[in-house]
Write a protein that binds this ligand. Structure first.
Ligand code: NAD
Ligand code: UDP
Length: 330
């Protein structure tokens, strides 16, 4: 029987990566990435300042001898990190509420932290993978968004601290590649969701699930006709690993092209939670993108990757996790 994509990827990960550093490894995406790397036999050093992440996300790894946790800001010197095959930079506030609450930290995550981590990769001869974002496209005028689209970003608006930090991080990554020959990869991550998102991180999916489970009004911004395309975390981690073991520099879009309006998402979550909640229409944030959908042809061509978890299936897993977590807190 031919080997599955997952089996082939696992072989590539095992053979190319022995020891890696994951900056931001105690966050939502980072902790799932640590899990997947360990599962594939890789030694993982997780560096995190716990600003938006949490020890709870990685506490189940504490007895794994191949896992170590360094609690510090990834902007500062990382003294002990030698013999690394890859450095993953997933350290940045990512939810609009977080990055607007932490504007300077977010700009530092794109600039100083990127510089420190790419220098570390260079010193180790390691591959450097930057977790960039669909937000580099801003409020896009081209739809869906291919990697060749340059974006439509307000450089001084409230979202600029995140958008421009990531655009700077991409430019820095490309400059280190061309100037110093560092082996780099940029992935542009579109809205990703799943277990371990913080209930109060302000993003649509955790907000809607928490509100629906509590029987509270579900807060839909504006008329809810703006769109997003939501990718389940397992698919995203597979795409990140595929990019990490490939030879491509990117940028590569990673996301699920199944585009939904926010009002449809709210209705789906309310129905799936069997909730009596109604929708409450609230003010739309400044510069909130009107539409977003990844063109993932490049990821298909060069990584052979495409997402496989439907929104309904991914939401079912996520709702079950939120319910179980809420029960533990009772
Ligand atoms: P998250 O907030 O859950 O995780 C970020 C982690 O980085 C946290 O654990 C935080 O404590 C840590 N961190 C932040 N600044 C740090 C610093 N200076 N030093 C050390 N650790 C630091 O966010 P996430 O959703 O897991 O996002 C992870 C990465 O993926 C981010 O770079 C984000 O920009 C990118 N991304 C995420 C999404 C998404 O939908 N989740 C979409 C696009 C891009
Ligand atoms: N949104 C909403 N209600 C909420 C939280 C978010 O209607 O309680 C909207 C938000 O305005 C945006 C969309 O949902 O139009 C996705 O928001 P999210 O913060 O999840 O992701 P991002 O804006 O970063 O794509």
């Amino acid at each position: 029987m031919p080997e599955s994509y997952g089996e082939l990827l696992k072989k590539a990960v095992c053979s190319r990566l022995r020891r890696v550093l994951v900056a931001g490894g105690a966050g939502f995406i980072g902790s799932h990435l640590c899990d997947a790397l360990l599962r594939d036999g890789v030694e993982v050093i997780c560096v995190d300042n716990l600003s938006t992440g949490s020890y709870a996300n990685i506490s189940h790894l504490q007895h794994d001898s191949r896992f170590s946790l360094v609690i510090q800001d990834a902007e500062h010197e990382l003294k002990t990190e030698k013999d690394l095959d890859a450095v993953f930079h997933v350290a940045s506030p990512a939810s609009p509420e977080d990055y607007m609450r932490l504007p300077i930290e977010t700009l530092r995550a794109g600039s100083h932290v990127t510089l420190n981590l790419i220098s570390l990769a260079r010193a180790n001869g390691a591959r450097f993978l930057l977790a960039s974002t669909s937000e580099v496209y801003g409020d896009p005028l081209e739809h869906p968004q291919p990697e060749s689209y340059w974006g439509h970003v307000n450089p001084i608006g409230p979202r600029s601290v995140y958008d421009e930090a990531k655009r700077f991080a991409e430019a820095l990554t490309m400059a280190y590649r061309t100037t110093h020959g560092v082996d780099t990869a940029i992935v542009r991550i579109f809205n990703t969701y799943g277990p371990r998102m913080r209930v109060n991180d302000g993003r649509a999916i955790p907000n809607f699930i928490a509100q629906a489970l509590a029987g509270e009004d579900v807060t839909v911004a504006g008329n809810g006709r703006q769109t997003r395309s939501f990718c389940y975390i397992d698919d995203m981690v597979t795409g990140i690993l595929a990019a990490a073991v490939s030879k491509h520099s990117g940028p590569i879009n990673l996301g699920n092209p199944d585009e939904r309006s926010i009002v449809d998402l709210a209705r789906t979550v309310i129905d799936m939670c069997n909730s009596p909640s109604s929708m409450k229409f609230v003010e739309r944030p400044t510069d909130d993108p009107t539409q977003r959908k990844p063109d993932i042809s490049l990821a298909g061509e060069i990584l052979g990757w495409c997402p496989s978890v439907s929104l309904e299936t991914g939401l079912a897993y996520t709702i079950a996790w939120f319910q179980a977590t809420a029960r533990q807190l009772d």
